[in-house]
Design a protein around this ligand. Structure first.
Ligand SMILES: [Zn+2]
Ligand SMILES: [Zn+2]
Length: 243
């Protein structure tokens, strides 16, 4: 039986836009980085997974900087972690070049997995673990036919494609009724959205210009993009994110 608090958190995320599992797992990564910055930057064993991964991935490095910059003055945590990493990599490069004769050392060193990360971005790992736990709760609740969960789900943007697939792969065996419910709900939802999108396309034709596009038809593409990406519909705008 899932904890009531976890269920409440999942239902709360369903009242927000975008995939609820994406939302909760992103928040978990944020909390993890925040806690790390406050408590564990100088703790070598806690820092080790970050070191083993050669730092966070691009997205989570930006998150690390954003959290530190919004919390305090100097970017001390970033400096501590990435000074360590820079020193580590230059040391590895130096050892590789010393241990090989000039000419061909890079090739040979590459075959000995020079600069290959030993671990994945720890924040990405947190995201995946959290998502897995949330999916387990969702499938369990739907299997038990708990009305609160199914009606919260119906009112939400639903799972994104990745999380639906992960949920079905991981939990359909254990919770077949929950899985069947989700499959049916997603099928209906996507068909309804496609119908609206076909109408949107049709009404944009000159011949049918007198017919008004309904708000549901105008919004359907956003809902479909949410399914394919997990992102809230309003995130799709004319703004292009800079490199
Ligand atoms: Zn998702
Ligand atoms: Zn990451």
């Amino acid at each position: 039986m899932a904890f009531a608090l976890t269920i409440a958190k999942l239902e709360e995320a369903m009242r927000q836009p975008g995939c609820p599992v994406c939302r909760i797992s992103r928040a978990a990564a944020e909390r993890g980085i925040d806690a790390f910055l406050w408590e564990n930057v100088n703790d070598i064993p806690t820092r080790q997974p970050i070191i083993d991964a050669y730092g966070f991935c691009g997205e989570h490095t930006r998150l690390l900087v954003a959290i530190e910059m919004s919390n305090s003055g100097p970017v001390l945590g970033v400096n501590i972690i990435y000074e360590h990493l820079g020193r580590l990599v230059s040391g590895e490069l130096k050892r590789a070049s010393w241990s090989q004769k000039v000419g061909g050392w890079l090739r040979r060193a590459a075959s000995r997995s020079l600069l290959t990360p030993k671990k994945r971005c720890p924040a990405c790992v947190t995201v995946e673990e959290t998502a897995r736990n949330q999916l387990a709760v969702l499938f369990e609740e739907l299997e038990a036919e708990h009305e609160a969960m199914s009606s919260a789900y119906r009112g939400s943007d639903g799972l994104c494609l990745d999380h639906l697939r992960q949920g079905l792969e991981g939990f359909a065996g254990q919770y077949p009724r929950g899985a069947a419910w989700l499959v049916e709900e997603t099928t209906l939802r996507l068909e309804r959205q496609s119908e609206c999108m076909r109408e949107y396309i049709r009404k944009n034709n000159w011949e049918y210009r007198a017919e008004k596009i309904t708000p549901e038809e105008a919004a359907a593409w956003r809902k479909t993009l949410t399914f394919f990406t997990g992102l809230p519909g309003e995130r799709f705008t004319f703004t292009k994110e800079e490199f």
